[in-house]
Design a protein around this ligand. Structure first.
Ligand code: ATP
Ligand code: MG
Length: 225
């Protein structure tokens, strides 16, 4: 069984009186340990798909299974639990809390899980060290470069040891040097066994990916290895 199984996934939004179809029947399986890139023109539905996989939004039709569990019929509470425990989300715009220390930002998902204070403090420190930020524990994200912020966001995504890392254009706001640093970390995480789905517009960043899924107008157009 795949880690993620998507079958007949459709998503539409109601805008005023009109139903706007965005995802029009996606079928896709993703195995544990894969590093999948998701590419395609702006507006084709990549973020919509990522948000559904990340339990931030719900399908209109079809099935999305994560570890065999169907995300489409879960209560809000169960969806939030899966988001907290199974998903590590990395956003293009970092989505960190600017006035909290990096340490606290990384602790936050563990705080939500009611992990004991000492354990979460130690783990947050280890995670920040692992992304090269041992010297920035007490800084806040507002005092960091974009590349450093994204490293904090990656550490936060790993906090609750998720089954899958979803990264929506993680290098979209970064210069070339920071992009390479972030991609090195992503590649390393994948080598350590993490399953990753990453949206990107930059073909260069897909060189370590196991597959590239090309989307177009709400459908998977092609999958290349
Ligand atoms: N909440 C919403 N309500 C209405 N339409 C939406 C909503 N969210 C997304 N859309 C529409 O769905 C389509 C796909 O959006 P999506 O953000 O998934 O594209 P994308 O492939 O991620 O594009 P980009 O590469 O620019 O990030 C767009 O036409 C967008 O306007
Ligand atoms: Mg997008």
């Amino acid at each position: 069984m795949s880690l993620v199984e998507i079958a007949g996934l459709e998503k539409g939004y109601r805008v005023g009186e009109i139903d706007v179809p965005v995802l029009k029947g996606i079928d896709l399986g993703i195995d544990e340990g894969e590093f999948v890139a998701l590419m395609g023109p702006s507006g084709c539905g990549k973020s919509t798909l990522m948000n559904i996989l990340g339990c931030l939004d719900r399908p209109s039709k079809g099935r999305v299974l994560l570890k065999g569990q169907d995300l489409s019929h879960l209560s809000d509470r169960n969806l939030a639990r899966i988001r907290r425990d199974e998903i590590g989300f990395v956003f293009q715009s970092f989505n960190l809390i600017g006035r909290m220390s990096n340490l606290k930002n990384v602790e936050l998902p563990m705080t939500l899980k009611e992990t004991a204070r000492g354990i979460r403090r130690d783990r947050a420190r280890e995670l920040l060290e692992s992304v090269g930020l041992a010297h920035r524990l007490d800084y806040s994200p507002s005092n960091l470069s974009g590349g450093e912020r994204q490293r904090v966001a990656i550490a936060r995504a790993l906090a609750n040891d998720p089954s899958i890392i979803l990264a929506d254009e993680p290098t979209g706001n970064l210069d070339e040097k920071s992009t390479n640093e972030i991609m090195d970390i992503m590649y390393q995480l994948n080598k350590e066994g993490h399953t990753i789905i990453m949206v990107t517009h930059d073909i260069e960043t897909t060189k370590h990916c196991s597959r590239v899924v090309w989307m177009r107008d709400g459908l998977v157009q092609e999958v290349t290895s």
